[in-house]
Design a protein around this ligand. Sequence first.
Ligand code: FCB
Length: 477
Amino acid sequence: MSNPASPPAAGVVDDRPPLTFPPGFLWGAATAAYQIEGAAAEGGRTPSIWDTFSHTPGRVVEGHTGDVACDHYHRMGSDVALMAELGLKSYRFSVSWPRVQPGGTGPANAEGLDFYRRLVDELLGHGIEPWLTLYHWDLPQPLEDAGGWPARDSAARFADYATLVADALGDRVRYWTTLNEPWCSAFLGYGSGVHAPGRSDGADAVRAGHHLMLGHGLAVQALRAARPTAEVGVTVNLYPVTPATDAPADVDAARRIDGLANRFFLDPLLRGSYPADLMADLAGVTDFGHVRDGDLATISTPLDVVGVNYYSRHVVAAPVPGAEPEPYWRAPSCWPGSEDVRFVTRGVPVTDMNWEIDAPGLVETLRRVHEEYTDLPLYVTENGSAFVDEVVDGQVDDVDRLAYFDAHLRAAHEAIEAGVPLRGYFAWSLMDNFEWAWGYTKRFGMVHVDYDSQVRIPKSSARWYAEVIRRNGLAAQ
Ligand code: FCB
């Protein structure tokens, strides 16, 4: 592709050197089933918690649903051709559980599996490595009706589903992610209720987090049994958590939020234990009676890779009595036991999600996972930004998104130089899509989607990324 746009803004002298990534670095882009597929009631698919949630008035901005989304189910062939045109080395997608196992129990739905078989074959035919995520938030509704993730049985159901998908696709998919961002499933789904299924109970959120991880461990074992050569991992969303000042009360607020956001998952998954301070913080919420002997050993079943999703940093401060919480963190809270911690905005540039742009935080996050938790290969399985885009003469010149990617790729490279075994990077997202509670109002894509016509337009960031992939790195400016 010609003439890739490059940051920084015109007129600004930039003497940054070109950066080359290690040979074989896996350059990709990511999506998720409910966010792009549409065809919600076709091919034997039945509702997930996100169908129910999005069809409940007041839950999603403007009442948007994933019924049609990007219509990827019907446009898969041309979407893969677009990926090939961009030169993607890998594509991370998720399988819709209720498409391949409607209801969440019982036999596979052949028509549903066939869609993913065709997708994988199409990718392989274009030399694109498929990266399959089993769970990107679309729990079959009947499993929610039976208690959802706070119920222990959901973990076993998830392992059965993993076996069913591995039996069907294991011969052609090498990379497997069990869960995407269990923090969101547990704490936004069952804590604040801003995500499906929209329940708000701190103890349920903690139980959900545990059973998600238990399901992950059982699924890792199921995948290995079905496909011994599979490369298996999990994807967690991590944030550096910084105290607003070095006052002890702010430092303690940061410790608490770091416990809930990061260590709640990293410690059980990679060390086989819950942090003692986190359990103490949660003492008023739960007694952890849902944790059974052997669970943590299952949860910490060895992995082959670890996926990190990175978007931003949290800066927090001690509670101020009577202060209004930030709207995003409003009660009911996604921080059980630490509801009154304040999330502070520093006045640095933000994306259209109001998330602070903090590329150094990616270096910090990757180094922490490597230095404190594991020697396993790491992959950035999501990183990206929402900005308001404008189509002008059939083009979208998304300079802010492009600059975000550029800054974060420089950070990824810095992490590699610091010794992090980072093996790949997936941009979020391949194309604009259904951004959960924000519906179609937030655009994260490198490819613009017109939701009326379903026309795709690669934005400047997509053309630039194609050039990054072609060079295996960033050009001199
Ligand atoms: C992550 C999700 C992904 C997308 C991005 C913006 O939390 O995994 O589906 O919504 O945020």
